[in-house]
Design a protein. Structure first.
Length: 635
């Protein structure tokens, strides 16, 4: 619950050293049996929905850099009249679950595990004991990511951290990869923002991993109540103060509307009780008995446990991954902490650098958080949009030119058979305008969709070539000399021939509704950077049974065999668009251009990104072969 000894780094990491800190205040020793604030106050103060299961079936993980006395948890459970939870100890790289670090690190472990028991008494606990090395942390994150699904880990709490200024970029990159895989696997990660205001180790810097864009950075408050009425101020007194400030990382999209100048990631995101004088009691054999626990090392596990019980209250024992976008999109779901200071910055209306958005109202957030595919929805199942109002998406080729009515239809969706040859620069598009077939001026007939070329006639280098949908049913690209450069070979198939593009990206020659030729372009399942889905537009798997659709109501939904399995929960923002940005971030923008949901993947810088609707039902954002984000849907 204070700085540990300086860790050593393996030779593979160049021998650089980064201090690892326990981020909460030293506890205040008190004599009573079960001291401190009643745990029921935490549920009342943060409006945690009633959960008769008390988190049963879910697991909360912690990362620890010291062994512990497991008897501390047993003593707490007996005094609090709670059954001992299932506790699994997972040593990483030879770390010991019982060897104490000699600096009271075991007290930190006791605080974490006892506060989890107090808030989510039936949730299983999984403790990862880790050496104080970059390699150890990375291996721990890797193991947690591998365990998320099988062990039903819904939340991870990290009450230790590193001064960001002391963490070399190459090490941060390694750790970010591990954190991203935890969150991508479906767990929400919380981390303490620190107990020394805007400094860490005497330097003006924030704490990591609280400053990671994929982690919920947790600040601290002083919690007071008069009966059932609770109030909070920013924590800042002789016991410590809420950590916060500016990260060196770029500001993520979800923080774009905080009102704080600059372009840096802001810390913290949210806050909860951290003042030891208003905290809960814990038991520590090392400290001689009962103490008042506090610091942001209390706030982080409290919020991790409260998220778990909130999800359990709606029948969900699996996690929902990164929740930043949902939190920042709904500041009304927080108690805005407007007074108090950490010694440098002051709390105020709206987002601030001491308490972030404020403290959560979990009952309000229950209706606003995303849901996993295995969890019941809290709103009616969304239905596919049948009459969308599409808007054109940016395209990489010239704007189509006007042609006679006997050629392209007025709505631009088909070409009827006739004697007119369509010149270069002419296009038709799918009904929802997601896919487009261009007769390019270089002579190439090309289909575009989702930000990329999907199919081509390979007739470039023939400037002035034209396209003919002939009355005999043959689709032909002709050179200026009248030579056939490419053809569909569908002549003599009958009358009423048309050329069209379906909303799944298939270019077709039809005769009376019968498909005579199609290109079978494999483009409906993938988006690439700078591509956009507007109302009604979709990604389909190649089997045509699994769909990621941007609905006209603003909701992005995964459907499997017509049943909604995942949603962005943005149905209130009608007319929104969904884009894979050049920086690698998936973002839903409302009609006014305000970001309403994001995957928080901009830190990967977009190189090699693609969003795929897979045949297993999972929509996955890949960077080359590495999964960076997913809906975790199956079927």
């Amino acid at each position: 619950m204070h700085p540990t000894t300086t860790p050593t780094m393996p030779a593979a990491f160049g021998g650089a050293v980064s201090s690892v800190l326990g981020l909460d205040q030293r506890p205040v020793v008190v004599p009573t049996a079960v001291p401190g604030r009643p745990v029921s106050d935490l549920a009342a103060a943060y409006s945690v929905p009633a959960d008769p299961t008390a988190g049963s079936g879910a697991t909360i993980a912690t990362v620890q850099f010291s062994g512990w006395k497991s008897s501390d948890l047993a003593t707490y459970a007996q005094a609090a009249a709670l059954p001992l939870p299932q506790v699994t100890e997972v040593p990483i790289d030879g770390a010991s679950a019982t060897q104490l670090d000699g600096s009271n690190g075991d007290v930190e472990v006791a605080l974490d595990q006892e506060s989890l028991l107090a808030v989510a008494p039936k949730a299983a606990q999984r403790i990862y004991f880790v050496p104080s090395t970059i390699q150890g942390m990375y291996d721990a994150y890797t193991q947690i990511a591998n365990d998320v699904a099988a062990q039903h880990i819904s939340a991870v709490s990290m009450s230790w951290g590193t001064c960001e200024a002391s963490l070399p970029d190459q090490y941060r990159t390694v750790l970010e990869d591990g954190i991203s895989r935890i969150v991508g696997a479906g767990a929400t990660m919380f981390a303490s923002s620190g107990d020394t205001g805007t400094t860490c180790g005497g330097t003006t810097t924030v704490n990591y991993p609280a400053s990671s864009a994929a982690v919920i950075g947790v600040g601290g408050t002083t919690l007071q109540n008069n009966g059932s009425t609770f109030t909070e101020t920013a924590w800042g007194n002789s016991n410590g103060s809420s950590g916060g400030g500016y990260s060196t990382a770029a500001r993520p999209a979800y923080q774009a509307n905080t009102g704080i100048p600059g372009s840096s990631r802001l810390v913290p995101d949210v806050s909860a009780v951290a003042d030891p004088n208003t905290g809960i009691g814990i038991y520590s054999g090392t400290l001689g008995g009962w103490v008042l626990g506090g610091g942001t090392s209390l706030a982080s596990p409290v919020l991790a446990a409260q998220l778990t019980t909130t999800l359990a209250a709606r029948g969900c024992t699996t996690g929902i991954g990164d929740i930043h976008t949902a939190l920042y999109a709904h500041p009304e779901a927080f108690r805005d902490v407007t007074s108090g200071s950490n010694g440098t910055d002051s709390a105020g209306p709206g987002y601030d650098l001491v308490t972030g958005l404020g403290s959560p109202n979990w009952t309000a957030l229950t209706k606003l958080l995303p849901f996993a595919s295995t969890c019941p929805t809290t709103t009616p199942t969304p239905t596919p949009t049948t009459t969308p109002t599409p808007t054109p998406t940016p395209t990489p080729t010239p704007t189509p030119i006007s042609v006679p009515s006997s050629g392209v239809s007025k709505d631009g969706t088909k070409v009827s058979a006739g004697t007119v040859r369509l010149p270069g620069g002419t296009s038709i598009h799918s009904p929802l305008q997601q896919y487009r077939l261009d007769m390019q001026k270089d002579g190439n007939l090309v289909e575009y969709g989702n930000g990329r070329a999907l199919w081509a006639s390979n007739t470039s280098g023939n400037a002035g070539a034209t396209l003919a949908m002939q009355t005999d049913g043959n689709l032909v690209v002709y050179s200026t000399a009248g030579k056939a450069l490419w053809a569909s070979h569908t002549s003599r198939t009958g009358s009423s021939n048309i050329l069209t593009v379906t909303d799944r990206g298939d270019v077709r020659v039809l005769t009376g509704g019968t498909v005579r030729w199609h290109n079978g372009a494999p483009g409906a399942d993938t988006m690439t950077p700078a591509s956009t889905l507007t109302a009604g537009q979709s990604l389909w798997d190649t089997a045509g049974k699994r769909q990621l659709v941007m609905q006209a109501d603003g909701n992005l939904v995964v459907y499997i065999s017509g049943k909604a399995k995942w949603a962005s929960r943005t149905s209130q923002y009608h007319g929104s668009r969904f884009t894979l940005q050049a920086d690698g971030n998936l973002v839903i923008y409302d009609a006014q251009g305000k970001a309403r949901w994001a995957s928080s993947t901009s830190r990967y810088h977009g190189t090699g990104m693609r969003l795929v609707m897979q045949q297993d039902g999972n929509a996955v954002l890949y960077q080359k072969t590495t999964a960076r984000w997913a809906t975790h849907t199956h079927g």
